[in-house]
Ligand binder design. Structure first.
Ligand SMILES: Cc1cc2nc3c(=O)[nH]c(=O)nc-3n(C[C@H](O)[C@H](O)[C@H](O)COP(=O)(O)OP(=O)(O)OC[C@H]3O[C@@H](n4cnc5c(N)ncnc54)[C@H](O)[C@@H]3O)c2cc1C
Length: 431
């Protein structure tokens, strides 16, 4: 289907390019320095966060670039995915880029769910403060015994009068301690015939009795240990806290995935691009055996490979964003979306690792970001589903309409093709 569509121009709208240029300069000059001064991006009540981040958020709002992923009805610009992708490429140049522009995960995805399924009252209590970054949130579905396979989840909710009572454990619930509420996926219909109709999604305020953070987990490069192992014991929520219908958790979860994956991919591309830029500065600056590193062919190989990988990955994301803008829903283009998802960790890993290596011992140190970015490549390869699962989707989609050969030999066997050509054009004159 994509193949029959016309090619798109690589030029930006003349009125959009100045916005991108403004974002680029703003992020490089004012936002990137925050990475060296502040702790977690989600610690929004930290006085230093308030002092440094709030004024920058105001500048973004004045420029009309706040929370642009939202539709106009929620105060966004209604930009299409292609523009959002290009903007996120800029936001990704800093750890604080997304929160300064009002589109950080998991809040952006959670906001989309609330906008779609929340009642007016829930929007007032959760959505609008979330959009304004007055609160932050947590999305919690993974459990200790299984993440990549949601059918292994056992945390459950049972109805009791007008309420639901939640019991069970959740795992790697990022930013649970900073969150004002969770969007929580739990089993409500264990006997449902269709296993994908067994779970429902709930809004769960963080401060309810019965919610315990057993402990937080952290990993190299993170400022705080922020991924919670949670226990829910007889936690009661009112019936209206169910988002979407009973048994519809998978449908609800999809609302947050498509656009979010593209934006995340562009931010990851930005991180890999920064690694590449650093690699380039290093190889033209450092000399060994009488010449710059840049003159060594094995070094040139790394530069050339990295450049091509960045361009290829960027085009794949932009093509996917463009397809979404043609009105195809995320499900229709899931081959592209999953391809982006599994290409992303490899790109970040390979380019960050080359940059680390080319910086020699300095590259390994805490003074350089490369080890952190290599670790981050494993993060992006796991969160939101491991690469293997996404490769299966791509292969399945690619092979879906491929016809098997109807004879012993493949349809492209030379003899078969020659017969076909002769049937069409006759025998060529002997030469
Ligand atoms: C930094 C970070 C933040 C996260 N934040 C959140 C969050 O906020 N909320 C939340 O709910 N979850 C979160 N997660 C959890 C994440 O979604 C899970 O880690 C992910 O779904 C994988 O689940 P798992 O860790 O249990 O790995 P497992 O399911 O145990 O898989 C382990 C490995 O097995 C292999 N594997 C798995 N399935 C297949 C398959 N079908 N075919 C072949 N090989 C396979 C892969 O190599 C995979 O990496 C986060 C994870 C990370 C790393």
């Amino acid at each position: 289907m994509e193949g029959r569509r016309p090619l798109w121009s690589f030029e930006n709208d003349p009125d959009f390019q100045p916005e991108l240029d403004w974002i680029d300069a703003f992020v490089r000059e004012k936002v990137q320095p925050l990475d060296y001064l502040l702790g977690s991006q989600w610690n929004i009540h930290d006085p230093e966060f308030v002092r440094l981040v709030r004024p920058l958020q105001e500048e973004v709002k004045e420029r009309g670039l706040w929370a642009c992923h939202l539709g106009p009805e929620l105060g966004g610009k209604g930009y299409g995915q292609l523009k959002l992708a290009l903007m996120n490429e800029k936001f990704g140049m800093s750890r604080f880029g997304p929160i300064v522009f009002g589109c950080q995960a998991p809040d952006s995805g959670n906001a989309e769910i609330l906008a779609h399924y929340g009642t007016e009252e829930q929007k007032r209590t959760y959505l609008y403060p979330l959009l304004d970054n007055q609160i932050v949130s947590c999305f919690s579905m993974t459990e200790p015994q299984g993440g990549a396979d949601p059918l292994l989840f056992t945390a459950h909710a049972e109805p009791d009068g007008e309420e639901w009572v939640i019991n069970g454990e959740k795992w790697f619930a990022s930013e649970a301690d900073h969150a004002a509420f969770f969007i929580l996926m739990v089993v409500t219909d264990p006997e449902a015939e269709n296993p994908h109709r067994r779970m429902s999604m709930f809004i769960v305020p963080r401060n309810l009795p019965g919610i315990e953070n057993i402990r937080n987990y952290g990993f190299y490069g993170e400022r705080d240990d922020s991924h919670a192992h949670l226990r829910f014991t007889d936690v009661r929520v009112p019936g209206e806290n169910m988002l979407g219908g009973r048994g519809e958790a998978f449908v609800v979860a999809q609302v947050r995935l498509g656009g979010g994956r593209m934006h995340h991919a562009m931010r990851t591309l930005a991180q890999a691009t920064r690694a590449f830029e650093m690699m380039c500065e290093r190889v033209v600056s450092r000399e060994t055996k009488g010449e710059r590193l840049a003159e060594k062919q094995l070094v040139q190989d790394k530069i050339a490979e990295s450049w091509v990988e960045l361009r290829q990955f960027r085009l794949l994301i932009l093509e996917t964003a463009w397809l979404a803008d043609q009105g195809l829903d995320w499900k229709a283009i899931r081959k592209n979306v999953s391809a982006v998802k599994f290409a992303m960790p490899k790109l970040l890993h390979d380019i960050s690792a080359r940059a680390l290596h080319l910086h020699g011992s300095l590259g390994l140190t805490h003074d350089m970001p490369f080890a952190e970015w290599v670790i981050n490549s494993f993060h992006v390869g796991l969160a939101d589903g491991p690469s293997e699962v996404h490769k299966v989707v791509v292969a399945r989609e690619v092979l879906r309409d491929v016809e098997p050969a109807d004879a012993m030999f493949p349809s492209y066997h030379r003899d078969i093709q020659v017969s076909r050509a002769r049937a069409l054009y006759g025998n060529p004159e002997a030469r």
